[in-house]
Design a protein around this ligand. Structure first.
Ligand code: KG4
Ligand code: ZN
Length: 357
């Protein structure tokens, strides 16, 4: 069976066709995965502008779906279902995909499967590599989320911890902005950090030991926090600019210094993410670990995951670079998982900006 996936939760309009392989170990294959990125539109504003995003999704959605079907040499009548991201995300953006998917499901007489965006990121690991040994602990780390999930059975995702404030990708984007580096910040800092000394600047790590009053069911000691780190970088940059002015120089920091800050910031972020992931793996007796979401494209995070996995003899899973950032193939994969578990959605579903997994 083939499924059409649609993803419009943030600033990429994406459609994909994924098909079942019949191989239980590697259940799905990508036939197409079309992505229209809005990054050039939002770059000018230093971040995603929701109203511009939803309008651009409306312009792009029909063409993107047509291209995905053409690429996959698939007609509407070859499909068995349509999967769409229901949430979380920007509500105006989500609505475009959800409305399109509902209309297409009616017109083509196909079942609709509503998918949680983070289930999509988690299933990107299986789409790329085949089924993970379970139980698995998966870190989903993107511009909007930094969360640890326990997957004890296929398709069941239990939240173990999350960030109390900024997501890791958001911290990358904010730090890049205050260093004057452009948007999105993650890939720029990743590249720049390779030229810097990652011990040049002393920056704090935050270790939370107390439960979160807003989530008393979670113990809280596996939670993340990145806003203190971002503030520390901001303070450091301000102090250094003041020093330079006092010495009669221009305030703008030298390139080597910016690279040192990027490297030092990245070392802290990656260390925290890897430590918490492996702490959780130990605590829950995981047989494998994975990292998914936009920040899983980070070169240092990928290298350290692999190194730590080898040292601990723990199988590690990552998506390809294309599957790490938002895309519809992962939504199609998560949709197939739900469809095979008998879970389809009524046609009166609504987009849900704060959908729980
Ligand atoms: O998953 P994604 O495409 O969208 C969300 O659901 O948020 O993730 C986008 C985030 C951005 O914050 C971006 O800066 C970050 O992923 N990102 C990276 C890298 N590539 C993208 N962060 C660190 N290193 C990278 N190479
Ligand atoms: Zn995402």
């Amino acid at each position: 069976m083939r499924i059409l996936g649609i993803e419009t939760s943030c600033d990429e309009t994406s459609a994909a066709v994924v098909e079942e392989t019949g191989d239980a170990a590697k259940p799905w294959a990508i036939r197409s995965n079309e992505i229209a990125s809005q990054v050039p539109i939002h770059r000018e504003w230093g971040g995603v502008v929701p109203e511009l995003a939803s309008r651009q999704h409306i312009r792009d959605i029909c063409g993107v779906v047509e291209r995905a079907l053409d690429q996959a040499e698939t007609r509407w009548s070859d499909l068995g279902a349509i999967a769409v991201t229901q949430g979380p995300g920007l509500v105006g953006s989500l609505l475009v995909g959800v409305s399109f998917a509902k209309a297409a499901a009616v017109a083509a007489k196909l079942p609709l499967v509503a998918v949680h965006h983070l289930a999509g990121h988690i299933e990107s690991l299986v789409l790329q590599n085949g089924e993970m040994p379970l139980p698995a602990v998966v870190l989903v780390v993107s511009g909007g989320h930094t969360s640890l999930y326990l997957v004890d059975r296929p398709g069941r995702y239990e939240l173990l911890s999350r960030t109390r404030d900024d997501a890791a990708g958001e911290a990358y984007d904010k730090v890049a902005k205050l260093l004057g580096l452009g948007y999105p910040g993650g890939p720029i800092i990743d590249k720049l950090a390779r030229q810097g000394n990652d011990r040049a600047v002393a920056l704090p790590t935050t270790r939370l030991t107390h439960a979160d009053r807003n989530a008393p069911e979670l113990k809280g000691d596996l939670d993340f926090s990145f806003s203190g780190l971002k503030t520390a970088v901001s303070r450091y940059v301000r102090d250094r600019e003041r020093d330079r002015v006092a010495q009669g120089s221009s305030p703008a920091l030298a390139d080597v210094e910016v690279a040192d800050i990027a490297a030092s910031f990245q070392r802290i972020v990656v260390t925290v993410l890897i430590e918490r992931l492996f702490d959780a793996a130990r605590r829950y007796g995981a047989k494998s670990v994975g990292i998914a979401g936009g920040v899983s494209a980070n070169s240092r995070l990928r290298a350290e995951l692999q190194a730590r996995g080898e040292a601990r003899e723990m199988p590690t899973f990552l998506p390809s670079l294309k599957l790490s950032t938002d895309n519809a193939a992962m939504i199609a994969a998560a949709g197939l998982r739900k469809f095979r578990a008998g879970m389809t959605s009524p046609l009166d579903i609504n987009a849900d900006a704060a959908l729980a997994l």
